[in-house]
Design a binder for this molecule. Structure first.
Ligand code: GAP
Length: 477
């Protein structure tokens, strides 16, 4: 098994680097995402979500869960333990082969992904074996990024090893799960025995996965700790193609649900030489990232490989009996696999915009804003009093805030926030930067003339005056 990342071309462009830097800085400044363990200098490949990042991530999870679990009658949710019996990973093939090609700088001892070094030198690594990579490195005289010679390419297993209990020997070794998928295969029989589902049916799970990536990079794109949203969907083998096509459409629809620009999402049929060995067909959904076109999600036909392996290793029968046809067989599996953090990053990079806009004094100024779909934005509406020190405005603004919040909560329409920090211009900038689609302002006309409130649209900056009794309908349109 070889991880598929980085096998396709896609280089970091200068402009892309600038966008990533600006986005990472916005995420920190506005409380979306921080470097993991930052006060200790960080821990490479880990990221901590702050309040707005949690809100964005939770909105994405909700959308996924609705489409793939709640709106269907054939999906069984699980939340399996992160630590699993180590036999799981022998059966799945991860102990023997969940590896990436590693090379070491002979002088500095720094380690690099061999495929990344080759790609940076413009070499297509698709389908290359370890010895092919070794030969190419020698032929082209490829050096480390520090300009030193590099050693031979070897396989590096990416599972994080740990010890269970008080003894630290070979018998206590376990691993942090490198994918959520196996937590579903090992519970297949539990679902059959407790719910007696008929084929086809699926199992769905959202949870953490851990991979000791040689070179974590590109912010959330390749981390050592990340979340996956996965489905293992079990079918009679004769139905695999139509199920594959169904999930292909559903995955595409999900990219629309979270608001991704559709012409930045591509489907790539993975050639046999580049597929995981258990897969008979794989399609990668790729995304146009600021650092190039690379994998966002994967859809694989895993055949009966996993259930067969777990049957053999556990000695537990994982077959299915079709009552109507009086037929017993091991179901085949279609696996749509989504990276949650990659979705967060795709949504953020896609939404990041810079333009110029007139400020409150009519001066043109540079503006940064996140053009997030309302369904994923941390806040759907922000409510302000025009001035913070006028109790009459503050009171009315609080009243309107409570009214919208109560209604939006009851209809699950998204979060509403109250903001009276700084002047109105600063508040607009702040809400633009965190992607709030609408800002509602209570001013003196609201109180004195009863003409309603102003509603400012994030993308155009235009303001409209809306009557209070029409406000909720306007904001939820
Ligand atoms: N169960 C199949 C599986 O895990 P994968 O292609 O290795 O397949 C699935 O991973 C998805 O998980 C990827 O498409 C990507 O979205 C996400 N992913 C994988 N490695 C990641 C990493 N190091 N950091 C962030 N997301 C990652």
């Amino acid at each position: 098994m070889n991880t598929k990342e980085g096998k396709k071309p896609g280089t970091a462009a200068g402009k892309g680097n600038d966008t990533m830097e600006s986005l990472i800085s916005l995420c920190k400044r506005r409380g979306f995402i921080f470097q993991g363990s930052e006060i200790y200098g960080g821990l490479a490949g880990t990221w901590d979500y702050g309040p707005l990042g949690v809100a964005l991530k939770n909105n994405i999870k909700k959308i996924w869960w609705k489409r793939f679990v709640d709106d269907r009658d054939d999906m069984y949710a699980v939340d399996a333990a992160l630590l699993m019996n180590p036999r799981t990973w022998e059966a799945s093939g991860h102990v023997a082969g969940f590896a990436d090609p590693l090379v070491e700088d002979i002088k500095t001892k720094k380690r690099y992904r061999a495929d990344h070094l080759l790609e940076s030198a413009g070499i297509d690594v698709k389908g290359m074996s370890l010895s092919d990579m070794n030969a190419k490195i020698k032929e082209k005289g490829i050096k480390s990024p520090d300009g030193n010679a590099i050693g031979d390419v070897r396989q590096f297993n990416m599972m994080f090893k740990t010890n269970i209990g008080a003894t630290e020997d070979a018998t206590s070794i376990s691993y942090l799960r490198p994918e959520t998928a196996q937590g579903m295969f090992v519970n297949f029989k539990n679902i059959l025995d407790t719910f007696h589902p008929k084929l086809p049916f699926g199992m769905a799970q959202i949870g953490k996965a851990f991979r000791n990536e040689i070179a974590p990079r590109d912010f959330l794109f390749r981390a050592r700790e990340f979340e996956q949203m996965e489905i293992e969907y079990f079918v009679n083998p004769k139905d695999w193609e139509k199920t594959f096509d169904h999930f292909r459409d559903e995955m595409k629809a999900f990219t629309r649900d979270v608001g991704l620009t559709q012409n930045k999402v591509y489907e790539l049929e993975i050639a046999e030489a580049d597929r995981a060995f258990y897969s008979k067909r794989t399609i990668d959904f790729e995304f146009e990232w600021p650092f190039g076109r690379k994998e966002l999600y994967g859809l694989a036909y895993r055949t009966d490989y996993d259930l067969k392996q777990h049957s053999e290793f556990s000695k537990v029968d994982l077959s299915y009996f079709d009552e109507e046809k009086k037929e017993r067989f091991i179901p085949h599996c279609i696996e749509p696999s989504f990276g949650l953090d990659r979705t967060v990053l795709a949504v953020l990079t896609d939404a990041y915009q810079e333009d110029t806009m007139k400020d409150e004094d009519g001066k043109e100024e540079k503006r940064v804003f996140l053009k997030l779909a309302p369904s994923v934005a941390p806040y759907r509406v922000a409510v302000f009093p025009l001035l913070k020190n006028k109790p009459v405005l503050v009171e009315k603004a609080k009243e309107i805030y409570d009214m919208i919040k109560k209604d939006f909560n009851s209809r699950n329409l998204g979060a509403v926030t109250f903001d009276d920090n700084g002047n109105i211009g600063k508040r607009y900038r702040r809400q633009d930067e965190i992607g709030t689609p609408y800002c509602v302002t209570v001013d003196f006309d609201t109180i004195e003339k009863g003409t309603g409130v102003t509603v400012r649209d994030r993308d155009s900056g235009k303001q409209e005056r809306i009557k209070i009794e029409e406000l909720i309908a306007y904001l939820s349109k």
